[in-house]
Ligand binder design. Structure first.
Ligand code: S3P
Length: 186
């Protein structure tokens, strides 16, 4: 397996939470690319998009990831921004730079998870319940899935027996990824 590891997926997929847990289990570094963007450009991705527009954000976001990839540290887990893989040749870049894992969830589960988060940083979703969030995210998610599915590995989030969200899903995802990484003999 080629390092570093990039976690990709839609907002609410747990890229940051799972990435942190995974890095801790492996004893590796963890970098949240939204946080790195904020540090480098002085604005959170949401504020940057509000101020300069999404096109300018995507151009800068691309360079943040590619610049960090030049650091001579391989044992890093990166949580990418949800839209990163779906811009220009970004998915190809990820695949050249390291190994990508898509954290795949059913859309209604993503909506439920997002409804439980602080939505102030997500203006399009702010004030909406899970059903309304689902209406907003479904078309964007459908457009993004073909990019996400180019990941080297697709990991389905575990569900509870009754089909609802398993409350330990993030921990389980971190365990699944951990086993994939340490058992890989490439
Ligand atoms: C975005 C997701 C955000 C952040 C930005 C744009 C998107 O990251 O990069 O607000 O277009 O899906 P998370 O997926 O980490 O929330």
């Amino acid at each position: 397996m080629v390092y570093p590891i990039y976690l990709i997926g839609y907002m609410g997929a747990g890229k940051t939470t799972v990435g942190r847990m995974l890095a801790e289990k492996l004893g590796w570094h963890f970098v949240d690319l939204d946080d790195a963007f904020h540090e480098i450009h002085g604005l959170s991705p949401a504020d940057y998009i509000r101020t300069y527009g999404v096109g300018e954000f995507r151009r800068k976001e691309k360079y943040v990831l590619e610049d960090l990839a030049e650091l001579p540290i391989e044992k890093v887990i990166y949580a990418t921004g949800g839209g990163y893989p779906c811009w220009e040749d970004n998915m190809e870049c990820l695949k050249e730079l390291g190994t990508s894992f898509y954290l795949r969830w059913q859309p209604h589960h993503l909506a439920q998870r997002l409804a439980l988060t602080n939505l102030k940083e997500r203006p399009l979703l702010h004030g909406k319940d899970a059903a309304e969030i689902l209406d907003v995210i479904r078309p964007q998610l459908e457009a993004r899935v073909p990019y996400y599915e180019q990941a080297d590995y697709i990991i389905d989030a575990p569900t509870a027996i009754d089909g609802t969200i398993d409350i330990t899903a993030d921990e389980q995802l971190a365990d699944i990824l951990y086993n994939r990484i340490i058992n890989d003999d490439d």
